[in-house]
Design a protein around this ligand. Structure first.
Ligand SMILES: Nc1nc2c(c(=O)[nH]1)N=C([C@H](O)[C@H](O)COP(=O)(O)OP(=O)(O)OP(=O)(O)O)CN2
Length: 178
């Protein structure tokens, strides 16, 4: 017996899959994606007969939606190995904050794991007695990826040149470590 709360948010993004040459996904392109997060209580699930809530929806989703709306929305997602990064560093440094830098290609799989790590860092930092059980990303109307579990088990940061605590583990608004 337990409750689960699901929030959905839409954002616009662009990416390219740099390690898949000879593919149309190598060409920078964009999607309007939907992310769903499934939250469960890590405390007592019993309703108190008064307010009867895990916490108000507005409280549970406020910081998460702030990150999605103000930082993920209209971001350009690039692998940390992508040479396009050099262009932005040398020619458009004012836009670096809009680049989401991923360890390896910015596939929907890695995005789901990174989002799982970020939302759980944000929830813990706010002292909310919930954790995210599943992240689901609809990349296109015909492709959806979901992730459950510990993001650390699936993310390989072998070629990611960043700090010990990368952006996806920090309870802040960042989307890169540039
Ligand atoms: N395992 C993954 N494969 C692919 C990913 C991904 O994130 N994980 N991403 C892409 C591309 O981003 C691509 O834009 C979407 O691919 P595709 O399914 O080919 O796109 P369509 O919308 O045209 O698909 P239809 O179902 O044929 O309309 C590729 N692969």
């Amino acid at each position: 017996m337990s409750f689960e709360i699901c929030f959905t948010r839409r954002y616009c993004m662009a990416h390219r899959l740099f390690n898949i040459r000879n593919s149309r996904c190598f060409v920078p392109h964009g999607h309007n994606e939907f992310v769903k997060v499934y939250l469960v209580s890590i405390g007592n699930d019993t309703l108190d007969g008064g307010v009867n809530m895990m916490a108000p929806f507005a409280v549970l989703k406020q910081v998460w939606h702030q990150w999605i709306d103000d930082h993920v929305d209209h971001s350009l997602q690039l692998s940390s190995q992508d040479p396009m990064l050099d262009y932005f560093k040398t020619r458009e440094s004012e836009n670096l904050a809009h680049l989401m830098i991923t360890p390896g290609d910015p596939t929907t799989e890695v995005l789901a794991a990174l989002f799982m790590s970020k939302i759980n860092a944000l929830m813990a930092d706010q002292g909310l007695a919930v954790r995210c059980r599943k992240v689901e990303i609809e990349e296109t109307p015909t492709n959806t990826v979901s992730f459950s579990g510990d993001a650390k088990d699936v993310i390989s940061a072998a070629h990611y040149d960043g700090p010990e605590t990368p952006w996806w583990q920090r309870p802040d608004m960042t989307i890169n470590d540039l």
